[in-house]
Design a protein around this ligand. Structure first.
Ligand SMILES: NC(=O)c1ccc[n+]([C@@H]2O[C@H](COP(=O)([O-])OP(=O)(O)OC[C@H]3O[C@@H](n4cnc5c(N)ncnc54)[C@H](OP(=O)(O)O)[C@@H]3O)[C@@H](O)[C@H]2O)c1
Length: 210
């Protein structure tokens, strides 16, 4: 496989996204970040190019992907804003087109897939999410359907409660049920970057936890 030179990142200014950006820089990747508020972004590196824009804007996503070999997204729903997850995936898949470009996206454990065998804890967390944020949950579920119907090289990484300590503790992976109740953002970042070159979970939605 040809080495990926430049990676597009969406959500890179967010809490998990900053771990992702820092680890990508440490690995020497050139990055293009789509940011709605570049003025708030504090990571400084010559490897970073910023595209000012919104993932809901198809043209901004096309500009972001120009010259990139892969895309990572940690985009998250903001309160009182238009739903973002499913439309982001539609726009990203449209912009990828027929290119052999990997799309790795972060999601919560509440997303359901046909091969799931969710245990008690995962089901409880899923039911809570469905009852508390039904619209956001449905949009995330729609995002999975959009990916499931696509031939693009996608991986949806499903996670439980995220901690932001920066301590890497090792990652457990399971396709049918979430193996634990929390995960550090640093481990999410490491796993997502691994998916750029690992085919194990291609077109699947593995759960990961510490
Ligand atoms: N936190 C948890 O415990 C947890 C658990 C399970 C799953 N997750 C999922 O993990 C992901 C990351 O979580 P997080 O806590 O790191 O999220 P976060 O800090 O809220 O970051 C979300 C990012 O998405 C960006 N964003 C939102 N709407 C956008 C748009 N329309 N265009 C471009 N960028 C947009 C935000 O940018 P702005 O600064 O411009 O708003 C921000 O950088 C989310 O999908 C979340 O649902 C989180």
């Amino acid at each position: 496989m040809k080495a990926i030179q430049k990676i597009a990142v969406i959500g890179g200014g967010g809490r998990t996204g900053q771990y992702l950006v820092n680890q990508l820089i440490e690995k020497g990747y050139s990055l293009k970040l789509l940011l709605r508020h570049p003025e708030n972004f504090t990571i400084d590196s010559p490897l970073i190019e910023i595209v000012h824009g919104d993932v809901l804007d198809q043209e901004a996503v096309r500009m972001l992907l120009d010259g990139c070999g892969a895309i990572l997204s940690t985009v998250g729903q903001r309160k009182d804003e238009p739903l973002v997850a499913s439309q982001a995936s539609v726009n990203i898949l449209n912009a990828i087109g027929d290119r052999p470009m990997r799309y790795v996206v972060l999601a919560g454990l509440n997303v359901d897939t046909p091969t799931d065998e969710k245990g008690e804890e995962t089901l409880k967390a899923t039911q809570w999410m469905k009852a508390t944020f039904p619209t956001i949950h449905n949009d995330r579920q729609k995002s999975y359907s959009v990916l499931a119907g696509s031939n693009t090289e996608w991986v949806m990484v499903r996670v439980p409660y995220i901690e932001f300590n920066g301590n890497r503790a090792g990652v457990k992976v399971n396709l049918t049920d979430c193996p634990g109740s929390k995960i550090d953002a640093a481990d999410i970042a490491g796993f997502m970057i691994g998916q750029l070159t690992d085919d194990t979970w291609l077109r699947k939605a593995p759960f990961i936890s510490n």
